[in-house]
Design a protein around this ligand. Structure first.
Ligand code: ADP
Length: 389
């Protein structure tokens, strides 16, 4: 194989590895192998500076210098690829060629190797090396963006956690005082004052609903949530019946027929009661919010082979197939003129799906425009959700 073909093959192999894996422990060694076969080096080392601080080497020597010692030596180098005697000394190599990896002018990494062959002035050799350095730069850039994204996500969920937690105390006390005013326990009010207090209480109710959903969406999130599930014996038929009972007044206000449809072979399961209360409440709230006056909502719990299936069916406006695909994602709301006055945060269905996933199940919707929607939560009756009796 010619030298050029050999370079190309090494580069192609490294590219294939990067395309197939996002793991630095797989990609960096592949990049180092391409450095070795392109430069005929006897040893090569790669550093990624900054927060990630990674180091990979092909030397057998496990007494590698600290990354912090390497950085200033590479930083002082003038040319992007050059012979670096100071680094050779640190590494204990007879010679060292160092290629710098820069992102927006800042040094983010370097690759160094030691070689006996003196072809470093050959333009072909130089081009091949540059291609590898560019590959390393693109890969390091990807790792940087990924780390930044993860950090932003962590900051965001931490911020939401603190805000939703800290809002709860003042909300509770405002609600307490407003309720005392409403109940006239500190003196009678005229009709206008009473009307204003009712407005305050309804605003507080909405805020409490939003804070609860913000908190649950953060902590139940199957990927980033820190909520520790508390499993107890749970009778989902009791939970469904209780939630329906609690929603009879708002349903009546909209002239809705709200019912349960419970199978008679429903086992007690080992599950997190609060999570299911929150998930079913969100679905029943939605069915009431989005079903026009005079409609019907049925809350079901049934056993289907090795699963329990909770269903909330309404005969409302339905959802078109395109919107059904994204409905369970965080913050997604469907904009439609019939619902302009309906308040929401787009977190309810995300919570529903998180609860289902955390119990090893799933959640989905079946709906047809004009005929209504059915939302489902499937809970497998497997070892984790083991049947208690
Ligand atoms: P929110 O209700 O706070 O907007 P959800 O995550 O609970 O957020 O619901 C997302 C969207 O799904 C809603 O904005 C609404 O458009 C749609 N949706 C949910 N339940 C129903 C339903 N029963 N009928 C019609 N649309 C619904």
């Amino acid at each position: 194989m010619s030298e050029v073909a050999e370079h190309q093959r090494a580069v192609q192999q490294a590219l294939r590895t990067i395309a197939q894996s996002a793991d630095p422990d797989v990609c960096f060694p592949a990049l180092l192998r391409s450095v070795l076969s392109t430069t005929h080096a006897s040893a090569a080392t790669l550093w990624m500076f900054g927060d990630l601080a990674l180091q990979y080497t092909t030397t057998m020597d496990d007494m590698l210098p600290e990354i912090a010692h390497i950085y200033p030596v590479v930083e002082a180098q003038q040319a992007p690829i050059d012979i670096n005697d100071d680094l050779a000394q640190i590494m204990g190599w007879p010679n060292a060629i160092v290629g710098c990896v820069r992102l927006h002018g800042s040094l983010i990494g370097a690759v160094a190797f030691t070689t006996e062959t003196d072809d470093s002035t050959d333009p072909e050799y130089f081009n091949a090396l540059e291609t590898i350095l560019n590959m390393i730069a693109v890969y390091m850039r990807h790792l940087h963006s990924q780390a930044r994204h993860e950090k932003l996500m962590r900051n965001q969920s931490e911020f939401i956690r603190i805000v939703s937690h800290d809002l709860r105390t003042p909300l509770t006390s405002i609600k307490g005082f407003a309720s005392m005013l409403e109940a006239a326990s500190v003196g009678d009010m005229n009709d206008k004052q009473l009307h204003f207090v009712e407005k305050i209480l309804s605003g507080i109710l909405q805020l409490t609903y939003l804070v609860d959903n913000m908190q649950d969406a953060g902590r139940y999130d199957p990927e980033t949530g820190f909520y520790e599930m508390e499993r107890t014996p749970v009778d989902l038929t009791e939970v469904a019946a209780r939630i329906v009972e609690n929603h009879l007044v708002p349903a009546e206000k909209q002239d809705l027929n709200l019912q349960t449809d419970i199978g008679d072979d429903i086992p007690i399961i080992s599950a997190d009661l609060t999570m299911f209360e929150r998930a079913i409440t969100n679905l029943v709230d939605n069915a009431i919010k989005y079903t026009p006056n005079g409609g019907q909502v049925v809350v079901g719990v049934h056993r289907l082979n090795d699963d329990l299936v909770i269903s909330i069916k309404d005969n409302g406006l339905g959802i078109d197939p395109e919107n059904q695909k994204t409905l369970f994602e965080r913050g997604v709301r469907v904009v439609r003129k019939e619902h302009v006055r309906v308040k929401g945060s787009g977190l309810g269905l995300f919570i529903v799906r998180s609860v289902a996933l955390r119990h090893g199940g799933d959640a989905w919707v079946e709906s047809e425009l004009g005929s209504g929607s059915s939302f489902f939560i499937r809970v497998p009756l497997d070892a984790e959700n083991a049947i208690i009796n």
